[in-house]
Ligand binder design. Structure first.
Ligand SMILES: Nc1ncnc2c1ncn2[C@@H]1O[C@H](COP(=O)(O)OP(=O)(O)OP(=O)(O)O)[C@@H](O)[C@H]1O
Ligand SMILES: [Mg+2]
Length: 283
């Protein structure tokens, strides 16, 4: 289960996000980028954030900590913006919080160097969860303290919008030619050798257990939240086999020399990354 906190203050909306995420403070004195259940994208976006975010972290990739945020819409009463008011009113109960990384910058492929190994791990992971939202147009990665952090997995696992065909989707190829890290020569073979054996049913079951029941109930065709969790485990587990061979990278592009100042890029941390997750593999 994710740590649960209670929202104490709505700070400001993040207008660059399509789902109107907001910065929210909570009773643990944390500050979180919050994705709301009342957003038009629906609760499956939040399920995808939890399953993919927790899985990525357990595989040793950097993802800001996730929490479930209990929200009383009353905290939005003073909000001048009607769109925000309505979103908060529609989002009473549990919402998803991601630890806010103060001072982080959006990843810019022309400004930051990423090793072939790290690029390989990220692309392989995105192929596993069918993430179509890490293109050079919208990288959904942040650079913080010189390291690359993954955010925004809400559009992943597209197959969970149609469970009847989900199992068949597990065998589908993944086109990474638009991926923001494709120009870095991702080493997919190395990533697969390292990560595939770690994506076990046991790990996937633990990750699926982190999704709150209330985002899983009443899914047509499933009696219980656990039955639905099992379906996520089955599709992801089936997808691992031979995944690297199903990824298309497109032609290798010659990258320009980085123009970024050295203070931003000189201290990328070596692999494996230290992780705060006690259960996390790769420590
Ligand atoms: N943990 C974080 N720390 C700091 N800033 C963040 C964090 N998460 C998100 N942001 C900022 O908020 C923006 C929107 O977040 P995110 O991409 O997750 O929202 P979204 O509504 O799913 O966006 P979209 O679907 O339009 O890409 C990011 O581009 C980034 O600038
Ligand atoms: Mg985004």
């Amino acid at each position: 289960m994710l740590t649960e906190v209670t929202a104490t203050r709505y700070v400001t909306p993040l207008r660059e996000g399509g789902s109107l995420p907001g910065i929210v403070e909570a009773d643990d004195l944390g500050t979180y980028v919050t994705k709301f259940t009342g957003a038009g994208q629906g609760r499956k976006t939040l399920v995808a954030e939890v399953v993919c975010g927790q899985l990525a972290r357990r595989l040793g990739l950097r993802v800001p900590d996730l929490v479930q945020i209990q929200l009383d819409p009353v905290i939005g009463l003073g909000e001048p913006d009607q769109e925000v008011q309505e979103l908060l009113k529609a989002s009473g109960g549990l919402n998803l919080g991601m630890d806010y990384l103060p001072g982080s910058l959006g990843f810019d492929p022309l400004a930051y160097e990423v090793s072939a190994e790290e690029a390989g791990r990220v692309v392989w992971f995105d192929a596993l969860v069918n993430n179509v939202d890490r293109s050079w147009r919208n990288p959904n990665m942040l650079v913080w303290h010189g390291d690359l952090w993954l955010i925004d997995h809400g559009a992943s696992m597209i197959w969970h919008h149609n469970w009847r065909t989900a199992q068949a989707a597990a065998a589908k190829p993944y086109d990474a030619s638009d991926h923001a890290l494709a120009p870095f020569g991702p080493d997919l073979a190395a990533a697969a050798a390292e990560l595939a054996p770690r994506v076990t049913e046991e790990l996937l079951t633990e990750v699926a257990a982190d999704v709150p029941d209330e985002w899983l109930v009443d899914e047509p065709g499933f009696e219980t939240p656990d039955e639905l969790r099992r379906a996520y485990v089955d599709v992801l587990h089936a997808r691992v086999q031979g995944l690297a061979e199903r990824i298309t990278l497109g032609p290798r592009v010659e990258r320009k020399q980085s123009n970024a100042p050295g203070w931003l890029t000189d201290h990328l941390a070596p692999w494996p990354h230290p992780t705060k997750d006690k259960k996390g593999a790769g420590q």
